[in-house]
Write a protein that binds this ligand. Structure first.
Ligand code: PEP
Ligand code: MG
Length: 580
């Protein structure tokens, strides 16, 4: 049994076999053969070695002679490794002694070599791990006769193990087969994590060598609350986690049974809890959890389903579909936030050295008014069918809001001239997720109808910590006094100027901070749909006096650890210990 610690990104517990997703998505199930078949498996292995070597030679011949100069020695080395007798011995031993299929024996043997290379404190050799991985893929492909064995052919539940999963990989996970996942890289508010939460998949990221520590078919436990992965647990640990998983489910059920109770504090302060979505299908989940509408629709996920820029009709139809599902509740559409860890469309990828500080979101939209206009036109047309609020991300200057409003007015005039209906009263707001904007918020007041606090980016830009980088994940702290001060400033300015303010960053769904935020005066939360009932329950469980008192105490503290301990102590009186 081995326990590894990573970053918890999506709550819940999962116990299942590991399914390793390699870069090329070629993977193999753990399979045993009978004694009589071992000889056949050994023959298959040596045939695969020959096919792999021939493939490499063919590749070398077809290579551009200039590029080939550098690449040829690498491929020569691959051919030599494939001919190496220690590799052969290792694989043959696993087939003969363990009765593994040739595919599984190759995978186990090559992973052993990978691990050895990783552990060598020599950068050059450590880099050679990718060569070993390449050879493994080539051999397995040869054994499978080029047939990628994907998840579809599985007939049992698994936990995905990957070096990394993109947000699109995550969104495409088949939840009838996959019960959780863990990755080597990533951070708590990257988009992969956000999608995992939306899909209710327990997940842990930032686990270092997980994809080489775990073998296909190993039993895994994912503890998405504490960020722990247990490899090949003993019976006692499995039993303990089965009980926890049960408690978790029972607690979730009890929350859902109260979902229709309003989010009102014990002394009558009313709050609203909306949901964040990436796809219109998630609206159903919001309503199921008793949510008050959509507080953030991340429309850049539209780029997942198309190779080109989505057309006006594509935008329009998903917005109308969402509105219909919402049945009168508001839909907050965030204009495209392309760039950084999100999607880029195919035709126009910008090469940027530091994309998080680069041309993302509103900056990109203003650079490409054609794309921006198309979306705004669709938003306006859809606004005739229900309550739409348009929200602009990553705003860092008043000029950006003024320019956006100019484009909006032009589009609305155009529609009026064409006789197309739209909501003339549609509200326009901005996300406050850059410290500069938070600190000068008064100057935005004349131009906006609402503010929404994007803590995922606000934290990354305040503390200068990449939200997706596991190496600095320990520094990514929502409870940092500077972050709390900025949040308080935003809420104070909004209240003073009578501008509605909400929070749609992940912090608004973090049980540790909800009561504190309420005490600062926040009355509108937008969170991952599955946790709406939990947030409502927390709000119902306190009085506004207590919440204000705790906010006051925290604002007088200047030590992040003490702040978090103080808040957790309070929250644990209401929620189960494993939750916070
Ligand atoms: C945020 O930054 O808090 C936010 C909600 O936006 P995103 O996570 O999509 O960047
Ligand atoms: Mg953001």
């Amino acid at each position: 049994m081995e326990i590894i610690k990573g970053i918890p990104v999506s709550p819940g517990f999962a116990i299942a076999e590991a399914f390793i997703v390699s870069g090329s998505k070629l993977d193999i199930p753990r399979r045993f053969v009978d004694e009589e078949s071992t000889e056949k498996e050994v023959v298959r292995f040596f045939e695969a070695v020959k096919i792999a070597q021939d493939d490499i030679r063919q590749l070398q011949e077809s290579m551009d002679p200039n590029l080939g100069l550098e690449a040829r020695p690498i491929f020569d080395a691959h051919i030599m490794i494939l001919a190496d007798s220690s590799l052969h011995d290792e694989v043959v031993k696993r087939i003969n002694t363990n009765r593994f299929s040739a595919e599984y024996a190759v995978s186990r043997s090559l992973r052993k070599f990978e691990k050895v290379f990783y552990s060598i404190k020599d950068e050059y050799l450590a880099q050679r791990v990718s060569d070993i991985q390449d050879i493994e893929r080539r051999l397995i492909r040869a054994l499978l006769g080029q047939r990628a064995n994907d998840l579809k052919s599985l007939n049992k539940k698994v936990i995905l193990v990957a070096h990394d999963l993109t947000p699109s990989d995550t969104a495409e996970i088949d939840t009838s087969k996959v019960v959780g996942f863990c990755t080597a890289v990533g951070g708590s508010t990257g988009h992969t994590a956000i999608v995992a939460r939306a899909m209710e998949l327990p997940a842990v990221v930032g686990l270092g060598n997980v994809s080489t520590d775990v073998n296909m078919g190993d039993t895994l436990i994912i503890d998405g609350n504490r960020g722990i992965v247990i490899i090949n647990p003993d019976e006692e640990t499995i039993d303990k986690y089965k009980l926890l998983a049960n408690d978790f489910l029972e607690f979730e059920e009890s929350l859902f049974s109260e979902k229709d109770l309003a989010a009102i504090t014990s002394d009558g302060t009313i709050a609203d809890v909306k949901g964040n979505i990436e796809f219109p299908r998630e609206v159903k989940q919001i309503l199921k959890g008793g949510g008050d509408g959509v507080g953030l629709y991340r429309t850049e996920f539209l780029y997942l389903s198309t190779q080109n820029d989505p057309s006006e009709e594509v935008h329009y139809s998903v917005y109308v579909k969402s509105l219909e599902a919402l049945n009168g509740k508001p839909l907050t559409i965030r204009t495209l936030d392309l760039g950084a860890d999100k999607f880029f469309h195919t035709g126009d990828t910008l090469t940027e050295r530091n994309p998080n500080l680069g041309c993302r979101a509103i900056r990109y939209c203003l650079l490409r008014p054609d794309i921006f206009r198309t979306q705004i036109r669709a938003i306006c047309r859809a606004s005739a069918h229900g309550t739409i609020r348009m929200m602009v991300p990553m705003v860092c200057s008043v000029e950006e809001v003024i320019k956006t409003r100019e484009i909006l007015t032009e589009v609305q005039d155009e529609l009026a001239a064409e006789g197309i209906a739209y909501d003339t009263e549609m509200q326009v707001g901005i996300m406050v997720e850059i410290p500069a904007t938070a600190l000068t918020l008064e100057s935005y007041v004349p131009y906006v109808d609402f503010f929404s606090i994007g803590t995922n980016d606000l934290i990354q830009y305040t503390i200068a910590v990449d939200r997706t980088n596991e190496h600095v994940a320990n520094l990514y702290r929502p409870g940092h006094p500077a972050v709390l001060l900025l949040i308080k400033t935003i809420i104070d300015v909004s209240i003073k100027n009578n501008i509605p303010v909400s929070m749609c960053g992940e912090m608004s769904g973090d049980p540790t901070f909800i009561i504190f935020l309420l005490g600062l005066g926040l009355k509108s939360f937008s969170v991952a749909p599955p946790i709406i009932p939990e947030v409502k329950k927390l709000i119902r469980s306190v009085s506004i006096d207590d919440a204000e008192q705790i906010a006051k105490e925290v604002m007088a503290m200047n030590d992040e650890r003490k702040i978090v301990t103080h808040l957790r102590k309070f929250t644990r009186k209401i929620m189960p210990k494993w939750m916070v």
